[in-house]
Design a protein. Structure first.
Length: 232
C-alpha cells in the first residue's frame, strides 16, 4: 500500500482531463453562478498537482485567475451522490480505454493507494501511515495493466474499513476482464485473506499474493495440491 507519487503531466493531457471533467461531472451549477468555469479548472488542477482546494485556490488567485474558495467548492460537491459520481467516472474510464489498443491477455496488478486527507469531516476516511502531516486518507483499490511501458488503470474502487476485500477483488477483476484476459494477477499483501484466495480460485485466475504460512494457508495448499504448478 502506498501514497500516490507525483509525476509530470503533459499540458495536452491536462486539457483532455479538464474536458472530461466538464462532460462527465455535473456540478449542477446555475447559469448565474460565479466562477462557473473556474470550478472545473480548479478541480482539474487539484487532481493534476495533488493539492488541496485552499492551496490551489491561493495559487490560482496569485496568478490573477478566478478561483472559488475551498468552502464554496465543497458546497457544490456535497450536493452530488457518490454513487452517481462513481458511475459517471466509470463510464468515462470505459470511453478512454475503448480507444486504447490493449492486448488480449496480460499480467494485472491489484493494489491499494492512499490519498492523504487534511479535512475535518472524516466520513469514509481511514487511518493510515502518516504522510505529509496527516494520518488520515481515502483509499482506492485499483487494478492496472502495464503495457508498452505505460500503466493503464482498468478500474478503481473506493474502500474503507467496512469493505469486504473479496468483493472488492471480484469487482476489480470483473471490470478488468472487459478489456484484458488476466494471464496472472499480482496482489498487494494487504489483500491477503482466506476469503480473497477462495474468490480468486472461484474466478479461475492464476495469482500471486504474499502470505504467511498460517493454518488456513496450509489447509488451502493441501486442498489444491493436485493442481499443477504453472509459471506466468
Amino acid at each position: 500500500m502506498g501514497s500516490p507519487q507525483r509525476t509530470p503531466i503533459a499540458k495536452g493531457v491536462k486539457k483532455d482531463f479538464l474536458r472530461g471533467l466538464e462532460e462527465h461531472l455535473d456540478l449542477r451549477l446555475k447559469r448565474n453562478c460565479a466562477y462557473t468555469d473556474a470550478y472545473y479548472r480548479m478541480l482539474a488542477a487539484m487532481a493534476c498537482h495533488a493539492r488541496t482546494a485552499e492551496c490551489e485556490g491561493r495559487i490560482l488567485r496569485g496568478r490573477e485567475r478566478e478561483a472559488p474558495t475551498g468552502d464554496a467548492l465543497l458546497v457544490h460537491l456535497k450536493r452530488l451522490r457518490p454513487e452517481d459520481v462513481l458511475a459517471s467516472f466509470l463510464a468515462w474510464n470505459r470511453d478512454v480505454l475503448a480507444s486504447v489498443d490493449l492486448p488480449d491477455a496480460g499480467v494485472l496488478a491489484i493494489d491499494i493507494t492512499t490519498v492523504p486527507y487534511f479535512g475535518e469531516d472524516r466520513t469514509h476516511v481511514v487511518w493510515s501511515k502518516e504522510y505529509r502531516g496527516t494520518q488520515y486518507g481515502f483509499q482506492l483499490a485499483t487494478v492496472y495493466l502495464c503495457h508498452r511501458g505505460m500503466r493503464f488503470t482498468l478500474h478503481a474502487v473506493p474502500v474503507d474499513q467496512f469493505s469486504r476485500k473479496e468483493d472488492v477483488v471480484r469487482e476489480l477483476l470483473e471490470e478488468a476482464s472487459r478489456y484484458v484476459r488476466p494471464s496472472l494477477v499480482l496482489l498487494d499483501r494487504g489483500f491477503y485473506s482466506g476469503e480473497v484466495v477462495r474468490a480468486l480460485l472461484d474466478l479461475g485466475v492464476d495469482f500471486l499474493i504474499p502470505a504467511q504460512r498460517t493454518a488456513a494457508v496450509r489447509r488451502l495448499l493441501r486442498e489444491h495440491r493436485h493442481l499443477p504448478a504453472r509459471g506466468p
